[in-house]
Each structure stands twice: as C-alpha cells, then as structure tokens.
Write a protein that binds this ligand. Structure first.
Ligand code: NAP
Length: 317
C-alpha cells in the first residue's frame, strides 16, 4: 500500500484528491494547521472522514515537516496548502508571499535531506502567467504575474524546477487553471454567484453584487482535475503540465447563464466598483494537449454543463 501526504487537505482539491487516492488504496495522511480549528465538512460531504489520518503541521516550521516525513515515509506528497485567493493576496501580500514560498522551500529541503525518494507535487497556477501576449498558454509562455498570489506561485514553481534540476529529486508542477466544484469556498466567484442567486430566489438576499464581469477565465471541474495530479505522479520522470479546459468564458456570460437558469431578473446584478481588483488579467486560456497526450487525460467538458452540475448540487444542499 502506498502512503501519501496531502497538505491543504481541507481545501477543495485536497478533499477530492483524498477521495480519489483512497479509492486507489493509498494510506492518506492529511495535514491541517490546527486540530482544534479544522473544518471537516468537506470530508463528511465526500464520506471520507473516517478513512483519512489528520496530522497537525506548520509548514513554515521545517522541523515539523521532517518529523512527519520520518513518521510516515510518504511515497508521494501533494502540496496543495496555500493562501489561494488572488483577491485576498492584494490585501495580504506579505502573508501570501511568505507562506506560499517558504512552505514549498521547507518541503523541498526536507525531501532533499531526509527523504530523497519521496515524490513531490506542487500546486502551481495559471496566475503565474498573468498578462500574456499570446494564447493559448503553454509551459514555455513567458510569465508576467500581476498579483501577489501570482508572484508567490511563480517563485515556488521555479524553486521546484531548481531542486529537480540541481538535486535530481522527483518534483513536478501542476499548472492548474481555475477549477470549481461544490467544495469551493464561498469567497470564490462561481460559488458566490450560485449561492447568492439561490438566496435571491429564496428571498433572503436582494441583489447580487459583483466586481469586474468583463474578464474571461478558463474554468474546469475540480474532481476531474485532481485525477491529473495523480497521473502526473505516476510518470517515471518528473515533469510540469498545464491543466485547463482550453477555452475561456466571459464572467458576465456565466452570471447571465445562472440567472437565466433560476429565472431571475438581470436588473438584480449590481456591478460594484469597490469589488474590482487593483489589477486584473483580461483573458486567459491554456493549451492542455501535453496532458491529454502524455497522461491520457480526457477533458472536453463545456463549463456550462459543469455549471448545471454545480447549481443542482448547491440546490440539493
Ligand atoms: P483552497 O480550497 O483555498 O484550500 C487551500 C488549503 O490550504 C486549505 O486546506 C487551507 O487550510 C490551506 N491553507 C491556506 N493557508 C494556509 C496556511 N497559512 N497554513 C496552512 N494551510 C493553509 O484551495 P484549492 O482550490 O483546493 O487549491 C489547492 C491548491 O491549488 C492551492 O495551492 C491553490 O493555490 C492552487 N490552485 C488552485 C486553483 C483553483 O482554481 N482552485 C487553480 C490553480 C492553483 P484551512 O482549511 O486551514 O484554511
């Protein structure tokens, strides 16, 4: 039986990945910031709360990481813990940059010194590319991040490639574009729009307040994206992959679609300038052909079909 360590297991991707790896008969260890404050709702939702082992871990404390690695000797580590909100990174730039980089350095150094056979997956992000000249984005597209979050992920990304090339350790970056699910936290756009629309329908909210809707993003479905993380780690050699749908969708079209599905008047959509970010990527989409060819990954889902699933799931709850 293989042993896996998942940091950020309480998050959207962590929970879906834990479920997938349990189905593949892994022993799943998830790390949490604090046992006292751990939100286990997503584990209950997926029915996995009894099957995972939770360990308290401060990823900023390398001695702590070494202790866990020596205790479990994991075959694979998936590093998903991060301050993951682009919006929040503008108001918490130092915390975002510090955590998202030092945690990765600590993991890499712990693996190099104490567990060189452990494979590391790092959650990289499309936000590293930021303002791009040419699309679709490929691995070699020059990066120009425009948020503290994007900068932090880029620094971590290159620390991973540096360790891979310098010390020959197995470390790979999964460069994921936006992906959504029922388990997305409420401060992210898609979840917020669906939740607020249901609240308007139920007369518990008057209107939907949103920021800039004139931007496009490449959205996908989290349960299908975590499959690729695992597939990447089964390759003989470490490598980086872009994981995306290959198409971008205008945020305004998404809001209109959700409002139409719920028979709500578009007059209830209020664009609020105070919710605009200091800087915004206008359009972004990637090229997923490398993942499709090498990892034998099938993904041709329309985001509108995914929205249907998300709306149904949210209504059912
Ligand atoms: P998420 O739902 O926001 O989960 C983030 C996880 O990181 C949570 O378990 C959270 O723990 C943990 N975390 C945050 N700050 C921490 C800190 N200071 N110390 C320890 N743990 C901390 O994120 P996600 O959507 O699952 O994404 C997983 C990873 O992929 C993240 O690294 C994210 O940046 C990256 N990514 C996500 C997307 C996307 O569209 N979802 C796209 C590209 C890359 P708590 O429960 O304690 O808060």
């Amino acid at each position: 039986m293989k042993t896996v360590l998942i940091t950020g297991i309480t998050g959207q991707d962590g929970a879906y990945l834990a479920k997938l790896l349990l189905e593949k008969n892994y022993m799943v260890i998830g790390t949490v910031r604090s046992n006292r404050c751990t939100n286990t709702k997503s584990f209950q939702y997926l029915g996995i709360e009894k099957d995972i082992i939770l360990e308290e871990l401060d990823l900023l404390d390398m001695a702590n990481i070494i202790r866990i690695i020596q205790k479990y000797k994991p075959d694979e580590i998936y590093n998903l813990a991060a301050q993951s909100s682009v919006g929040l990174s503008y108001s918490q730039p130092i915390g975002t940059f510090s955590f998202n980089t030092i945690s990765v350095n600590n993991l890499l150094e712990s693996i190099r010194l104490f567990s060189p056979d452990t494979k590391l997956y790092q959650a990289s992000s499309s936000e590293m590319y930021g303002r791009v000249e040419n699309m679709p984005i490929r691995i070699e597209t020059p990066m120009h991040p425009i948020s503290p979050y994007g900068v932090s992920k880029m620094a971590a990304h290159f620390m991973v490639t540096t360790y891979r090339e310098s010390y020959n350790i197995y470390a790979s970056n999964g460069i994921l574009f936006n992906h959504e699910s029922f388990l997305r936290s409420g401060n992210f756009f898609i979840k917020k729009v669906i939740r607020d629309s249901i609240a308007i329908k139920n007369n518990t909210l008057k209107e939907l307040r949103v920021g800039n809707l004139n931007v496009k993003r490449d959205f996908g479905y989290a349960p299908k994206y975590v499959e690729v993380m695992w597939k990447m780690m089964q390759l003989d050699e470490p490598d980086d992959f872009i994981i995306c749908s290959g198409k971008s969708v205008l945020l305004r079209d998404i809001v209109d679609y959700i409002f139409d599905r719920m028979n709500l008047s578009k007059k209830l959509i209020v664009v609020d300038d105070s919710l605009f970010r200091p800087n915004e990527i206008k359009d972004i989409y990637g090229d997923n052909s490398k993942a499709k060819n090498i990892l034998d990954w099938n993904y041709d889902d329309s985001f509108y079909d995914i929205l249907d699933i998300l709306i149904e799931e949210e209504m059912a709850q």
